[in-house]
Design a binder for this molecule. Structure first.
Ligand code: SF4
Length: 1632
């Protein structure tokens, strides 16, 4: 079956209902302050590489073999004189550039097949091609739907095939290169000449060239443009070189060729000369191909003489639509599925240590092997480069991957008990090599061994099976050979890789090893424990860690210092003191609506010019609380040693458990002789032009000299001298100093010789700490934060509050401890939102983007950071630092810190775009509380308010410039057409009140727009039209609303599917016009949402299938989206269940969003929503509100430009939100590329919000954001108020279009050329450059056509066949019973989801009284049985992949192994990861093991499995899980409801439970016993499980081996608590 993704662009109209209403008077756009025109706008660099000219260069080279026939050609030395290979250039480390890194993101399907006995056969190759074909859905294609993003095979060298053409080949002494060359005769000849010249110089012999036979016709249009000429080169090593030595020689040759080509080829063609492999053992055949055509493109692969004992196969999904042939995989050693989140840091650390990598095996030639990495390549390619160096140096590939991708070894119960030496191994290498962290299934081979390894968090699926005839198969999915039934009696074992696990087949020794044995073998080769004892000290070894009991300064001095470094009053009270008091980061609400730091006229600390990056779509965030076992804050101080020659003297380091040092700890580090620590004061001469830059330069050279002299730790300190603060010496912003020194040391190749510690007053929030570490600091002593905590505790104000019982009575030490703890927790959260587990990986990774910093600043201190709008120069920063420093020297003594108003609105503080004045003006205009009497004059005042407001967002610096004369307004499309493009943001019912939520929905339905349900499901009563509205506008059905009309409906046309999956049922999905997958949210991208317990009323709890008063937490990651192909799968699921609902994906603006959006478009989304950073009504940590996510203008412009460039724009509708408040915002959004517009906070204001900003407390005074009955009674809004507002906005848009001479939004959408940068005099800098926003991406089609296109479909489906059966449909419609059987293969994804959807459409979630009984035979694809519903009873004979029963709501699924399987079910993995995710009912029985995260977020389903992986029952809120075998770690993390029963046969279970929330007990009640026994009986009945039968046969003994998980919500249930009387009705045991 062709499972290729399709994008449908069919015409068709699905206009929403809208009630036409008479137009309100026209409201013209109020112009902003006079604006000038920018003289020179940079034009788009729409990079389209010209195809090389097909010129026929006259060259005396061998005649080229025809592409259809392969011949080895003897080498004729060409006449063309080519420069000799370049000498290794002077060492010049290149820092990784984030812009380059962002251009390539991918994920994939991968696997290998190997004959353990090393028997070569063509069958292996054929099977690999078959498997590749069955993983097409894990890859993607370019916009032509034909050019694959990449697919390929790695095999042994096909000697038999090659020898047919060149019989004299000696396998032992020959290497084969697979070479891509530019498609140009002259360049091709030059490439060959370069290689031959290198070989000649190196003393190895080129035996010949072989043109690889290919079929160009199967290559897609996009791929053909860059299709290379493909040759194989045969090279004989130096005399005597065989085996590993020959491999090393060939590696050197390849590296020399790479240097030579870069030196000699024109720069734009150099990347096209690429050696896929050059090896005597392995070869890679790959290209920009779809899986299905790999075999037909490379004719060799279908040649029966092509034999290999193993094959690695790989199918790539690149978010980029112009992927490159060389980036197809496998690479030279690895095939990778996933994404390395820490790439920029890894690349910088590689560059830093390249010069000191050496091993005698290289005979002094190490410098010829560098540079190792290249940011322009993919993460996989770079990891492969490092792994290859290690392997060629002599490391086993298993060892190389263990140290590059370490498992979470700390407190790992199995390692602690059984493999302590493995812990020593990991700990030792931590001092030499930071991890490459992120989702990763890595399949590897060096030609002798083939294996696979999974990342520390187990974020990619990996299944393996072994046959009687000693074949090993590893794959992202089972079923890829379609032989699960026919080959059943041959399969002796089925397993899966868990987090950090590995398997390896050694072809030379014919052994197959799994994790434990491999790790032990590797870890016992060297005395790592001894080496550690010699090389590593703990911080405690340097001295005692103590808190200061007394303040360092008097309170006046502290106040001056606080003011002088930029701390404001709210920083002190809301941030530092709050952290000192509570130990957690403070939260706030209503988003960030103050000007960007560069636009503000208030002085800002340097940190405020940066935004944190976060994971979305291509990689997942991590939950730092529930999955904290994979995370660590450990850091090392001291030089790093030589990775290539580890030993006892590799390093002398000090281990820190946390990067946040106490003052006493800093003291110990500063005086340590072994580290040779040196301290440097970071000050500059205030008031002297250029002194900041001069001081930075001097600092860098001073540090360099110290490091060259052996200093292994540098302390950069802004601590005032004992003599006190000096007005003439201002501190260099610590972040600037750290960044400058870090980059200077990289440039001088000294970075890994020393550590940097920041001793700074400027670090007092989590964002500050994360930034300092992200830009290079190993550790921080935030001394002013400690001092503020101390003085807060000792102040008389705090003493009084303690006495009054308003503040807990904590000690001075505890206050400091809390402050430190809160920074640590916050840093963990910040790195987890990027999906990074280890601080050592985050260190130096620069995962931030700058908004408002000029090139000179970035080049000197933050090189490689994305900074697209220019801004502050070093001179500007000096002025800003001086203006702050002066505040520390006031004329009159200070009594308090300045109220900057950055968080809360203050009378003289910073401007807030959402403010009480604008709320009042808007309320007046729309007639709130005044019978919805619209007042156009008042709306003008509302517009005028914004026209006169300070510049706050980037669009305030833009103006319209038309190329047409104005037209009469009646020629412009009507307001109704414009309003159809309006939506409201995904505000959840729960965060806002029922009144607000429903009023908004009714208003949007009236205007033909769309409201958004937000997270948490929706009350089915809202899907009906009102028919009982009286003359007063009241309805008995919804008595809490006013201003109603008959025909109104409160359904949300957009229904959200977020990570929590509360209330997402088949019926909910079937009642949506659109389904929105919320990947990230504006206020806190990369973090989960939280509904405080006090807001979970009985009504909210019922909708969300939870309990009143219990807080509801959405995890940061969707547990079914760990990569782009996972997102594609969720889109597929939703299209499967409801093929009529468009699927939108909500992203948050950040650099790189364009490439992500391309991936989302390729993943078949219908709509992409781009949100700005400023949105968000709910509670969020202040640092997230302020410092994560980018401006919506930047995200929108990048998304639109990238989609246009990649020919994907017509596939998707673009929707934008982020502080849209008026017609001007709408029109600007349109010019930047948006088709539709989302309104968030302003919609709440239009229902009555007065901007009191206490939404997160449940105390909203006007009932807009409260669940308290008495406050909700005050709700003032009516639907028509909102309708008035949207009408005003639409009229404003019309007026502006008329002024510009355009008739419709269609005509201007994407016309960034109609925008110009205004000449706005900013207070701080002249360096702002908005050319990125005014760049015209090129023509795109009509927006209305995009909006009207039909829903993208999934193509032909197994479900369609089932539903085409008349008996099945009859049973569904008439509620009868039917029984049917079908075959299934792994490309049948989301099977039965559509059947469930049809049942839900007819009968709702619970109304179906019939039975549809289906037996399926084979391998179920991903999401088997998703959204299963009552009455659907399924038996799968075979096996299944990830997400079985996702969103299951009812019915039953039973999965059994094929008959005749020789393995024990309890030992075999039968289903994959994340099964039962978000289930809301039904029963699942699996006669085999499940993977990771079994039953995550299950709220009602019951299940029995025979074993499970890590994180079982995670976040469960209800239902029951029974596990009849072993489980992995972290059971029950975040489990707040439901029950779990676990059979514990070896006494290891309790160590694996996360007991943060749940208790563990034996089964102590008869109700509990009956519950358990009933489920096991049902399991035995449905699956025939031998284990279940054995347990039941000896029930009394069996019962004693079970543990029961008890979350607090269940502790008073009869199943748990013997003292609870069982109600009569409940005494019926669950039965089969
Ligand atoms: S009025 Fe209510 S909804 Fe508006 S900001 Fe205040 S608490 Fe939030």
């Amino acid at each position: 079956m062709d499972a290729q993704l399709r994008a449908q662009q069919r015409a068709g109209s699905r206009l929403d209902n809208s009630q036409q209403r008479p137009a309100l008077p026209v409201v013209p756009t109020v112009p902003r302050a006079p604006a000038g025109r920018r003289s020179a706008q940079a034009q788009a660099k729409n990079v389209v590489r010209a195809t090389a000219a097909q010129s026929g260069a006259s060259r005396a080279v061998a005649p080229l073999a025809a592409s259809t026939g392969a011949l080895c050609q003897p080498v004729l030395m060409p006449e063309v004189v080519v420069e000799p290979a370049a000498e290794p250039s002077a060492y010049e480390p290149k820092v990784a550039d984030m812009e380059e890194i962002l251009a390539e993101r991918d994920a994939c399907g991968v696997g290998f097949i190997a004959s353990l006995k090393n028997i070569k056969s063509h069958t292996v190759v054929k099977q690999a091609l078959t498997a590749l074909g069955c993983m097409e859905h894990r890859g993607a294609c370019s916009a032509d739907n034909d050019s694959g993003d990449g697919a390929g095979l790695m095999t042994q060298i096909p000697w038999k095939l090659l020898k047919k053409e060149m019989p004299q080949l000696n396998e032992l002494t020959t290497g084969v290169g697979m070479v891509f060359m530019p498609n140009n005769d002259e360049l091709e000849a030059q490439c060959k000449q370069i290689l031959e010249s290198v070989c000649a110089k190196e003393g190895v012999k080129v035996l010949g060239w072989r043109k690889v036979p290919v079929d160009h016709d199967v290559v897609g249009r996009f791929a053909r443009v860059t299709e290379p000429r493909i040759w194989q080169v045969l090279i004989e090593g130096k005399p005597g070189q065989v085996g590993d030595e020959l491999e090393r020689e060939l590696f050197v040759v390849r590296k020399l060729v790479e240097k030579a080509k870069n030196a000699q080829l024109p720069v734009e063609f150099a990347p096209d000369f690429y050696l896929c492999t050059l090896s005597s053992r392995t070869i890679v055949y790959k290209g920009m191909l779809r899986s299905a055509v790999v075999g037909s493109f490379y004719r060799d692969l279908e040649n029966p003489d092509f034999e290999s004992a193993f094959a690695i196969y790989h199918r790539r999904f690149s978010t980029n639509t112009t992927p490159k042939w060389p980036l197809a995989q496998p690479m030279r050693v690895l095939g990778h599925n996933g994404e390395i989140n820490t790439l920029q840091g890894n690349l910088n650390w590689v560059v830093s240590r390249e010069h000191e990598l050496n091993n005698p095996i290289w005979k002094g030639r190490e410098s010829e092997l560098t540079p190792l990495c290249n940011a322009a390549q993919s993460d996989s390619a770079n990891l492969d480069n490092v792994a290859e160096l290690l392997v060629r140096t002599g490391f086993d590939p298993q060892e190389a991957l263990m140290l590059l991708v370490p498992e979470a070894y700390r407190n790992h119960p199995d390692l602690v008990k059984e493999y302590p030496e493995v812990i020593d191994f990991y700990e030792f290498y931590e001092g030499l090599q930071e991890g490459w962290d992120g989702p990763a299934l890595l399949v590897f081979s060096d030609g002798k061994r083939v294996g696979a390894r999974l990342d520390r968090n187990g974020l990619r699926p990996a299944r393996f099976w072994r046959t009687k005839d000693d074949m090993i198969y590893v794959a992202s999915e089972v079923g890829v050979l379609g032989d699960v039934i026919s080959n059943a009696d041959n399969i002796v074992a089925k397993g899966r890789l868990g987090p950090g696990q590995m398997v390896c087949a050694d072809l030379e020794k014919a052994t197959f090893m799994e994790t434990g044995a491999i790790s032990k073998m590797v870890a016992t080769r060297q005395p790592y424990k001894e080496w550690l004892q010699k090389g590593l000290r703990r911080l405690a070894d340097l001295g005692e860690s103590t808190f200061l009991n007394e303040p360092m300064y008097d309170s006046a001095t502290m106040l001056r210092l606080q003011a002088a470094i930029g701390m404001g009053a709210e920083d002190a009270t809301m941030v530092v003191e709050s952290q000192a008091q509570t130990g957690v980061e403070p939260t706030y609400c209503m988003g960030d609506d103050i000007p960007l730091a560069v636009l503000s006229d208030k002085p800002h600390m340097l940190y405020n010019y940066f935004k944190q990056r976060f994971a979305q779509v291509t990689n997942p965030p991590i939950d730092p609380l529930r999955e904290g076992l994979v995370m660590s804050l450990e850091m090392r101080l001291g030089a790093r040693g030589n990775l290539l020659a580890p030993g006892a003297d590799s390093y002398k380091q000090v281990q820190l458990d946390s990067p946040i040092l106490l003052e006493s700890e800093l003291q110990a580090v500063a005086s340590d002789k072994t580290l040779g620590t040196k301290s440097f004061k970071i000050f500059f001469e205030a008031g002297k032009e250029g002194s900041l830059e001069a001081a930075l330069r001097k600092l860098c050279t001073d540090v360099e000299a110290a490091v060259r002299a052996g200093c292994q730790c540098v302390v950069l300190s802004d601590r005032p001298d004992a003599s006190g603060m000096d007005a003439g010496r201002a501190p260099i912003p610590a972040l600037l100093a750290v960044g400058a020194v870090h980059h200077h040391l990289i440039r001088t190749s000294l970075r890994s010789d020393t550590s940097i510690v920041a001793d700074t007053a400027t670090c007092f929030s989590t964002h500050h700490a994360a930034m300092l570490i992200g830009f290079g600091a190993h550790a921080i002593c935030p001394y002013l934060g400690y001092e503020t905590s101390r003085q807060w505790r000792l102040s008389s104000r705090t003493q009084s509050l303690i006495k009054a019982g308003k503040v807990p009575d904590i000690s001075v030490q505890a206050a400091q401890k809390n402050f430190k703890k809160s920074l640590e927790k916050g840093v963990l959260k910040i790195l987890s939102k990027m999906g990074i587990s280890l601080l050592s990986c985050y260190h130096g990774a620069q995962i931030f983007e700058a908004y408002g910093l000029g090139k000179d600043v970035v080049d000197m201190c933050f090189r490689g950071t994305v900074s697209r709008i220019g801004g502050m120069s070093l001179a500007d920063l000096q002025r800003e630092a001086e203006s702050l420093w002066t505040k520390g020297f006031p004329e009159k003594a200070m009594t308090k810190l300045e109220e900057y108003g950055f968080i809360q609105s203050r009378p003289k503080g910073e401007y807030h775009s959402n403010n009480q004045e604008m709320a009042k003006l808007l309320h007046k205009a729309i007639g709130l509380g005044n019978g919805s009497q619209a007042n156009p004059e008042a709306y003008k005042a509302y517009q005028q308010h914004f026209a006169e407001a300070p510049v706050a967002v980037l669009r305030d610096c833009l103006d319209f410039k038309s190329d047409r004369a104005p037209i009469p307004i009646d020629q412009v499309e009507p307001a109704a057409a414009i309003m159809e493009r309006f939506c409201t943001g995904g505000m959840s019912l729960g965060a806002i009140s029922r009144e607000t939520h429903e009023t908004i929905a009714i208003a949007m339905n009236r205007i033909g727009g769309k409201s958004n349900s937000g997270e948490g499901g929706e009350d089915p009563t809202r899907w009906l039209k009102l028919a009982d509205v009286d003359e007063a506008g009241k309805s008995a059905s919804v008595p809490h609303l006013r201003g109603l009309r008959n025909g109104d409906t409160a359904t949300s046309k957009i229904k959200q599917v977020a990570s929590g999956r509360f209330g997402v049922t088949p019926e909910y999905i079937m009642n949506a016009d659109q389904l929105e997958i919320k990947v990230a949210q504006g206020a806190k991208p990369g973090e989960g949402g939280q509904l405080p317990g006090q807001k979970v009323s009985p009504y909210i709890a019922q909708l969300r299938r939870s309990k009143p008063g219990v807080p509801l937490i959405s995890p940061p990651p969707h547990h079914d989206i760990y990569s782009i192909e996972d997102l594609a799968q969720l889109i597929y699921d939703l299209h499967q269940v409801n093929p009529k609902a468009k699927v939108s994906v909500k992203l948050v603006a950040e650099a790189g969003i364009g490439v992500v959006a391309s991936g989302v478009a390729k993943a078949n989304a219908d709509i992409i929503q781009v949100s700005g950073h400023d949105g968000g009504t709910g509670a969020s940590p202040i640092s997230s509100i302020k410092h994560a996510g980018g401006p919506m203008e930047m995200g929108l412009a990048e998304t639109h430009q990238t989609l246009v460039r990649n020919e994907l724009r017509e596939r998707v509708v673009l929707r934008v939100d982020g502080g849209v408040r008026n017609g001007r915002d709408v029109l600007l959004g349109a010019l930047l590329g948006a088709d539709e517009f989302g309104f968030g906070t302003v919609a709440m204001i239009a229902t009555g919000c007065i901007m009191a900003r206490v939404c997160h407390t449940n105390n909203c005074p006007v009932g807009v954001a409260s669940q308290r009955e008495e406050l909700r009674a005050r709700f003032p809004g009516a639907p028509e108020d909102l309708v008035n507002y949207f009408h005003f906005v639409a009229e404003e848009v019309r007026a502006s279009l008329a002024e510009m001479g355009y008739r419709s939004l269609d005509e201007v959408i994407g016309r960034a050329d109609l925008l110009t940068q205004r000449t706005v005099k900013l207070a701080k800098t002249d360096g702002l450059d908005l050319s990125f926003l005014t760049t015209f991406a090129g023509a795109s089609g009509a927006s209305s056509v995009r909006r009207a296109q039909e829903v993208h479909d999934n193509g032909p489906q197994l479900d369609d066949r089932i539903l085409a059966d008349a008996e099945v449909m009859d049973a569904i419609v008439r509620q009868r019973s039917v029984q049917k059987a079908f075959d299934i293969i792994n490309t049948d994804r989301s099977a039965l989801g559509r059947v469930a959807g049809v049942i839900a459409k007819h009968h709702g979630d619970n109304g179906f009284a019939g039975h549809v009984r289906l037996t399926l035979t084979g391998s179920g694809g991903q999401s088997f049985g998703c959204f299963c519903i009552k009455g659907l009873e399924v038996k799968l004979v075979g096996e299944a992949n990830d997400y079985v029963g996702k969103g299951m709501n009812g019915g039953e699924i039973a999965i059994v192994p094929p008959p005749g399987s020789p393995f024990r079910s309890e030992d075999a993995s039968l289903v994959g990861n994340t099964c039962l995710y978000g289930a809301t009912g039904g029963r699942l029985f699996v006669n085999g093991r499940a993977g990771e995260r079994f039953a995550v977020r299950n709220s009602m389903a019951e299940a029995v499995v025979e074993g499970a992986g890590d994180h079982c029952c995670e976040y469960m809120t209800g239902g029951c899980v029974v596990v009849l075998g072993s489980v992995g770690r972290n059971v029950a993390a975040g489990m707040t409801g439901g029950l779990g029963y676990f059979l514990d046969e070896d006494g290891s279970f309790c160590d694996k439970v996360n007991t943060e929330i749940v208790a563990v007990q034996r089964v102590v009640t008869t109700a509990g016993e009956a519950h358990l026994k009933g489920l096991i009986s049902a399991h035995a009945d449905r699956t025939g499980s031998a284990k279940a039968k054995a347990l039941l046969a000896n029930w009394e003994a069996s019962l004693g081996k079970f543990w029961q998980l008890v979350p607090p919500a269940e502790k008073n249930t009869p199943e748990v608590n013997p003292s609870v009387v069982v109600p009569q009705a409940a005494k019926v045991a669950v039965t089969a």
